[in-house]
Structures are given as structure tokens and as C-alpha cells.
Design a protein around this ligand. Structure first.
Ligand code: NAI
Length: 545
């Protein structure tokens, strides 16, 4: 204890980012903690410090420089970093996460400054437990883990992918106030197939090719077992793994341990929330819709599966639910006589004649919901949008492919071509549209709408597993936050600026569901809302002892 006290004085205190307050140390603090002379005379509050940070940020030439600066701030003063981030998540999340994090990962080895998170390499095999124990915190509640196998749309970035677990976990705190000391970013470094990185002299990762599937899976199994032992109440969040690895491992672990994959379940949960939001506008039921997925890749399959679960939650049988969902890919409508379908795709194959024409497919399956996850921009033409208006009074059209030039259509096009009838959301932000004097506000299916709130709920309830039911409940909670005035403008999601309040509401419903389903390992509190709020982190110096 005596020793610990000592390390928390003087320059060591100033160099501890968890305890440092910088110029905000009071005169008494400075006297007691041997800080006198180590700081300039001024004694500031956190608000003045924020002004200085904002000034620094405004002098940076681009968002990558702002990312580097903010990462440095986190290394110096965690409280101030989160105070800035949480003061305006919609402004700062794009700097710390998407889209800047993509560039940061591409250049991660070049911009590397200071160790953060845990790099567990395949050469640590047999010793993963020991490596986990090197992490200074003992009560780790979430690990976000990537192999860097498929970073955003940028492919295999190996150890440079560490930017993703780091950023994704910062969003737990920025968007849901999950305490940062409960979060552990992990990069499972298994090498890379990226030839450019392998020959880059500054590359920070293991310089070898990736292992075969069996060897990878054995390593992952050791990692999963080690986590259960070292951090027994920890949820494992898989992120940005190669698609086939992601699907296989989620299938293996989903019903056994507390884990999730945001690329698959989080993405699908947000799309489902948008759809429920649309149903809240039309007054119809999800289980009455006929859905056509335009794109049958990993996003399409994940969303289709979640919509099927959502329909089953409304009482449909599995076969009735999947019969209401169809898919269309680069080779046209997925029909029973196609021989090129995977097992996951076959479930949604239509019993109708093949067509490569989207308009014809919409009419054949009588689609009331069209969801674009094709990666191909401008594919929802005027004819496509008009075909949707023939099927129902208020067609739901989501153009989720990103970046913007890949969106299947723009908000303007969807509203104009449907004469204001379409309920529209996209994967990227689009400005509001005025059509015939009426204002429409398009939704953005941003993943941060759901996974931070779901995680806060998991933090509260400590479920043994995370079944789809918890994601569906989170999606319903999110959609239910849209007010009547917002629905009037076609909004399917609540405003992003309210993300901290949104996440708290989502968390409460998710935790409640976990208690109801008997999954929780925590004792059910009398007042769940207060219980959740009390768990939340506050970036204030008064919270530091
Ligand atoms: P993927 O490559 O696995 O799948 C693409 C699918 O689209 C394939 O089935 C392919 O056959 C089909 N396709 C390609 N060209 C087509 C065409 N001309 N006509 C019809 N179908 C065509 O890609 P993945 O991972 O499924 O992602 C798809 C898109 O969804 C990406 O642009 C991604 O950015 C976006 N996405 C958006 C999210 C969001 O808004 N929250 C979340 C996840 C993905």
C-alpha cells in the first residue's frame, strides 16, 4: 500500500493517464502529492482544459492528425479524453472511429507511438493465460478481439487492425458510458496475407503468413478458455475477422459463452431496428412484410437471419418467417433451382422462376421491404423504387451499402421517385430532403446505435449467453425511442446526438430481457434503471480518488 501511494505522487502521478488531472490539480492536491513546481501556476477546471483541446484539434490539418492527437491525449489524461469524446459523440466518434479509423489502421505501424491493448501472438500459444494476466486490470468485463483479418472494407491488415478493438471499445464509453477500465482491446496476431505489410520494415506485427483453419481454431479455443479462467465474467466481442472465420466461430461459441460479433449481429440488429421503426410509422407488423434482400453476402445473410428471428418473436414459425424473406445477388433472384447457393442462402431461395431483373423480382415476390447490401451504387433506379410503390402504400427502402458512392440510391432519389411514400434509411448519412413542401429525415443505420447500449445491458445483467432475443429487444427499444414528430418526418431511428440517453434506454431493456429469460448471473435489482445508471462512467475529476 505504502509503495502504491508513492507511485501516485509527483511525476509518476502526472504520467499515469488514469489519475492525471494536469493543470486541474488543486493547490491542496499539488501540495499533498508533491506536484508543486511540476505544473505551471494556473489552476484550471476541466472546461478550460476542453477549450485548449478544441483549439489544438482546430489547428490539425486533417482527421488522421486529430486521431493521433486524441490518442496522445488518452495516453496523458483519460478523464479529459472521455470528457471531450462524450461531450459530443456525433462530432468526435468520426475522428476516433469510422471513417478515420480506416486510414489509421492502414498507417497504424507508421503512426504507432505507445503500447495500448494486448497483442497476443500465435507464438504465445500454450501461454495465453499468462499473457492475459499481464493486463493490469483484474475485473475485465469486455474484450473486443480481432485478428485484423478483414478490417472494414480494407482487407487483411494484420496487427495494424489493432485500431479497431481500440476504437470500438472507446465507443462503449463514448456512447454508453461503460467504464473504460472494464474494457480490454486484443489483437490476436496470427500473421497476415498482406504482402505489402510483410515487406514493410516498420510493420509492427508478426512477420509470417496466416495459419490454416485448424491451427487458428485451436489458438482461438485456447484464447476463449483462457478468458473464461482469467476474466470469468467477461463478454468476448469478435470484430473484423475474415468473414468465414467470423461466421464459423460465432456459430461455435454463441450458445456456449457470453460473446457476440458486431459485424454480424450488431449490424443486423440495427437494420432490424430500422425496420421496426418503419413498422412504428406504418402501424403494420414485421411479420406481415415480404422482404427482398438485394445482396446475399455476409451482411445480407446476417440481416435476413435477424429479421427471421424478429418475425418468429412475433409468433411466426421458422418456415413461415423464412418464406417471407427472399434474396437477390449478382446472379439474380435466389431460387430453388440455383446450384450456386451456400447452405445459409438456400434457406431463403424462392420457389419461383429465375430472373436477373430486380424489378421483375420485386413483383414476383411482392416485396414490401427492399434492403440493399450489394456494395453496388445506383442500383435502385427510378423503376425499382416505383415497383416498390406498386406493392404497398409505404414501401421500406434501405440502401445500406457504403461508402456514399456505393449506396444503392440516395435519400433524394428514394423520396422523389416514390413521391414521398418510401420510408428510407442508408448506411451513410444523407441530408434531410424537402419534397413537395414536406421535410423528410433519412435514417443512418450506424452500428453505434446498438452495440454500446446492448453492452451496457450485458455489463449490468451479466448474461451467460447472448441469444438473438437480446438483440431483438435492443432493436425494439431503439425503435421505440422515435417520437411521433420524428416519425412524421420519416425517421426510423432517434437522433444520433442523443446516443448516451439512447444507449441507457437500450441497456435497460436488454438487461430486463436477460433477467426475464433467466440468463442473468446478477441478482435482479428492484430499480433496474437506477442500477444501470449507477454503473455508468462519469469523466469527472471528482471521480478520481
Ligand atoms: P459481400 O461482398 O459479402 O456481399 C455482397 C453481395 O452483393 C453478394 O451477394 C453479391 O452477389 C451481391 N452483389 C454484388 N453485385 C451485385 C449486383 N450488381 N446486383 C445484385 N447483387 C450484387 O458484402 P457484405 O459484407 O455483405 O456487405 C455488403 C454491403 O453492405 C457493403 O457495402 C457494406 O458496406 C454494407 N454494410 C452496411 C452496414 C450498415 O449500414 N450498418 C453494415 C454492414 C454492411
Amino acid at each position: 500500500m505504502e509503495e502504491k501511494q508513492k507511485t501516485h505522487q509527483g511525476t509518476e502521478l502526472l504520467h499515469d493517464p488514469h489519475l492525471n488531472k494536469g493543470t486541474a490539480f488543486s493547490a491542496l492536491d499539488r501540495q499533498r502529492q508533491k506536484l508543486e513546481g511540476l505544473l505551471p501556476a494556473v489552476i484550471e477546471g476541466i472546461e478550460e482544459q476542453i477549450q485548449r483541446v478544441l483549439k489544438h484539434l482546430s489547428l490539425k490539418p486533417n482527421d488522421l492528425e486529430r486521431y493521433i492527437y486524441m490518442t496522445g491525449l488518452l495516453d496523458r489524461n483519460e478523464t479529459l479524453f472521455y470528457k471531450v469524446l462524450m461531450s459530443d459523440p456525433t462530432r468526435f466518434v468520426p475522428i476516433m472511429y469510422d471513417p478515420t479509423v480506416g486510414e489509421a489502421c492502414l498507417k497504424f505501424s507508421d503512426i504507432y507511438r505507445r503500447a495500448a491493448g494486448l497483442y497476443i501472438t500465435i507464438e504465445h500459444k500454450g501461454r495465453v493465460k499468462d499473457i492475459l494476466r499481464n493486463w493490469p486490470e483484474i475485473d475485465v468485463r469486455f474484450i473486443c478481439v480481432s485478428t485484423g483479418g478483414r478490417i472494414l472494407g480494407l482487407g487483411d491488415l494484420g496487427a495494424n487492425g489493432m485500431g479497431i478493438p481500440l476504437g470500438k471499445l472507446q465507443l462503449y464509453t463514448a456512447c454508453a458510458a461503460v467504464p473504460p477500465n472494464k474494457l480490454l482491446p486484443v489483437l490476436l496476431d496470427c500473421g497476415t496475407e498482406n504482402a505489402q505489410l510483410l515487406k514493410d520494415p516498420l510493420y509492427i506485427g508478426l512477420r509470417r503468413r496466416r495459419p490454416k483453419i485448424d491451427e487458428l481454431d485451436e489458438f482461438v479455443q485456447e484464447f476463449v478458455d483462457a478468458v473464461q479462467e482469467v476474466f470469468p465474467v467477461c463478454c468476448i466481442h469478435f470484430e473484423d475477422w475474415k468473414g468465414t472465420d467470423a461466421i464459423r466461430l460465432l456459430k461455435r461459441y454463441k450458445d456456449k459463452i457470453c460473446c457476440f460479433n458486431d459485424d454480424i449481429q450488431g449490424t443486423a440488429g440495427v437494420a432490424l431496428a430500422g425496420l421496426i421503426g418503419a413498422m412504428n410509422i406504418t402501424g403494420e407488423k414485421l411479420s406481415q412484410q415480404r422482404v427482398l434482400m438485394f445482396g446475399a453476402g455476409s451482411a445480407g445473410i446476417g440481416i435476413a437471419n435477424m429479421i427471421s428471428s424478429g418475425m418468429q418473436a412475433e409468433g411466426l414459425s421458422h418456415s413461415d418467417a423464412v418464406s417471407r424473406i427472399n434474396m437477390f445477388d449478382v446472379n439474380g433472384l435466389l431460387t430453388k433451382d440455383r446450384t450456386d447457393l451456400s447452405a445459409e442462402q438456400t434457406v431463403y431461395a424462392a420457389d419461383s422462376k429465375p430472373t436477373k431483373d430486380l424489378v421483375e423480382a420485386i413483383r414476383a415476390v411482392k416485396a414490401t421491404v427492399l434492403i440493399g447490401v450489394s456494395t453496388v451504387g445506383k442500383t435502385f433506379t427510378r423503376e425499382v423504387v416505383q415497383a416498390m410503390t406498386e406493392q404497398t402504400e409505404r414501401p421500406v427502402i434501405f440502401a445500406l451499402s457504403n461508402p456514399t458512392e456505393h449506396a444503392e440510391c440516395s435519400a433524394q432519389e428514394a423520396y422523389e421517385w416514390s413521391e414521398g411514400k418510401a420510408i428510407f434509411a442508408a448506411g451513410v448519412p444523407f441530408d434531410e430532403v424537402t419534397y413537395k413542401g414536406k421535410v423528410f429525415i433519412p435514417g443512418q443505420a450506424n452500428n453505434y446505435y446498438l452495440y454500446p447500449g446492448v453492452s451496457l445491458g450485458i455489463y449490468g445483467a451479466k448474461p451467460k449467453r447472448i441469444p438473438d432475443a437480446l438483440w431483438i429487444e435492443g432493436a425494439r427499444a431503439l425503435a421505440d425511442l422515435v417520437t411521433p414528430e420524428q416519425k412524421e418526418k420519416g425517421m426510423v431511428f432517434p437522433p444520433q446526438k442523443d446516443i448516451l440517453a439512447i444507449s441507457a434506454a437500450v441497456a435497460e431493456r436488454v438487461a430486463k430481457k436477460a433477467f426475464e429469460k433467466g440468463l442473468a448471473q446478477e441478482k435482479e435489482p428492484k430499480d433496474l434503471g437506477t442500477f444501470i445508471r449507477e454503473l455508468q462512467y462519469h469523466p469527472d475529476y471528482s471521480e478520481i480518488l
